[in-house]
Design a protein around this ligand. Sequence first.
Ligand SMILES: Cc1cc2nc3c(=O)[nH]c(=O)nc-3n(C[C@H](O)[C@H](O)[C@H](O)COP(=O)(O)OP(=O)(O)OC[C@H]3O[C@@H](n4cnc5c(N)ncnc54)[C@H](O)[C@@H]3O)c2cc1C
Length: 575
Amino acid sequence: MVHEHDVVIVGAGIAGLYAALECSRSVDTAVLSKVFPTRSHSISAQGGTAAALGNMEEDNWEWHLYDTVRGADYLGDQDAQEILVREAVEVVYELEHMGCPFSRTEEGKIAQREFGGHYSDFGKGPIRRACYAADRTGHAELHTLYEQGVKNDVRFYSEFFVLHLLVEDNVCSGVVAWDMRNGGLHVFHAKTVMFATGGYARAWKVNTNALSNTGDGMAIVLQAGLPLEDMEFVQFHPTGLYPSGVLVTEGARGEGGFLINDEGKRFMEKYAPAKMELGPRDVVSRSIQREIDEGRGIGGKGYVYLDLRHLGRQAILEKLPQIHELILKFAGIDAVTDMVPILPTSHYAMGGIPTDVNGQVVMDAKNTPMRGFYAAGECACISVHGANRLGCNSTMDCAVFGRRTGRAMAKFVNSGAEKAPLPKDALARGRAKIESLLAVKGKESPAAIRDELQQTMMVNCGIFREEKLLKKQLEIIKSLQERYKEIQVSYKGQRFNTELQDAIELGNMLDFVETIVVGGLARTESRGAHYRTDFPKRDDVGWLKHTLAWKTDTGVRLDYKPVVITRFKPEERKF
Ligand SMILES: Cc1cc2nc3c(=O)[nH]c(=O)nc-3n(C[C@H](O)[C@H](O)[C@H](O)COP(=O)(O)OP(=O)(O)OC[C@H]3O[C@@H](n4cnc5c(N)ncnc54)[C@H](O)[C@@H]3O)c2cc1C
């Protein structure tokens, strides 16, 4: 079956739904999602959305820009970062006017709280910049955007799993998707396609992400012969609940929570004496891991404590209600009376599909645009987060660049763009993927391969990296890719075949993880979240550049492109 739309957006998180809202004002818009839209991972964003509203104290976008540039360890493109922080203010008010239920100050303004990496006056004291709806900010934002999409007659295709991007002669004409509910394959033919497919932290055992965050969009882009950018930069969030890694928001430290080691000390004194628990995430995660590795985890185990007790029952229940409930349900601990065991947890993809500042995908180091293909949100690399993202800058990135991408696509369609013809074998390309998986009569279980991938990524490609471990991981990935060819999907039907879904997602993970490891091996420096124990210094002479990675038959090919620097020249980071 072939569906015709002006715009096809894959992904119904904040980025996809903001773009859909913009497009649906003037053109026919469809959104495909492998989960029901409001189950997208954006729903679980807790702490807030950064914007220099200045509702609590003086603030301005230039301070926010400085923090974003420095947080990114100077690898972000400063033209894109400036757009992010300037439009952030407009976008928060736009969300408010759509009815997004933000928490309020006593005067009725949008309330703001402290978050790691956000400071006043070019890096001085902490500042309240994170706009929040208690600790369920993503929930409030995603529902607001979904309502607007429904109101504007966006056509939603829920539980459609996109398998393949249709590209010929560098022009995109649509996607092929599997209807997970009813079985069967569908072709979506469009003037423009946008990927807003989210992150990939499910490739690590300890992670904060939804089950659906398997980096499909990034893998599909690689499979279509396009590159990914800066994939070696993977953010570990400092505070995952031990042992699963379920997120405990940075808002908990923003509200005044302490980190405590086995000696009962606030160990951040040693690593970031000025900013303490509110240093940027890469710094705090490494500090926690060091304490654990050097035997100062609680009882010598793999966790330290987050102490919220001094905040008091009322503040915890009012400002961190979801966190309180989550800790109670997942760990059986009442954070009002007891300390909470935490460990760093894989959280966020700084890298992804390379785009320009209007979301159009670019194909090489010269930034050659691809006609009809756009991306935004966590799957994209614009690049605003460089080597390390600041807390609350992601929902903001999704909103600002989702909106800009939606506007750019609507403009493209309204300028009279024609649909590119579909490739002759469009459906067959998707069918080949599913049928080949169902046809294999191998003995390998997808779950066992996935488990090995996740466990080994933690050890060999985690917070601390070194050549020996990365090389070992590359070998492991290659052997898992071989074993994948012998994968067994025992149920052969196509309706709600979650075994088939797992197998497809695993294949995607095995594709993109290679770019992370190969990019990380090549980058012989430490910058932001990419920390090499064998090259512990940042090297601006050799490495102030973006990585581009293609997947070829002989392995990953790398190229590099310059970083856009406008106002702030690289300096040493001290916190
Ligand atoms: C627990 C948690 C808390 C967070 N808290 C904050 C916070 O407080 N502040 C902040 O700024 N950031 C936060 N983040 C980060 C932020 O929430 C995410 O980066 C952001 O929401 C990603 O949104 P997105 O629109 O890119 O994609 P997502 O919301 O991840 O949605 C991805 C969409 O793509 C679809 N999709 C994927 N693959 C396919 C496929 N093959 N076929 C069809 N559809 C597909 C999915 O169905 C889904 O609709 C948090 C992240 C987590 C995990």
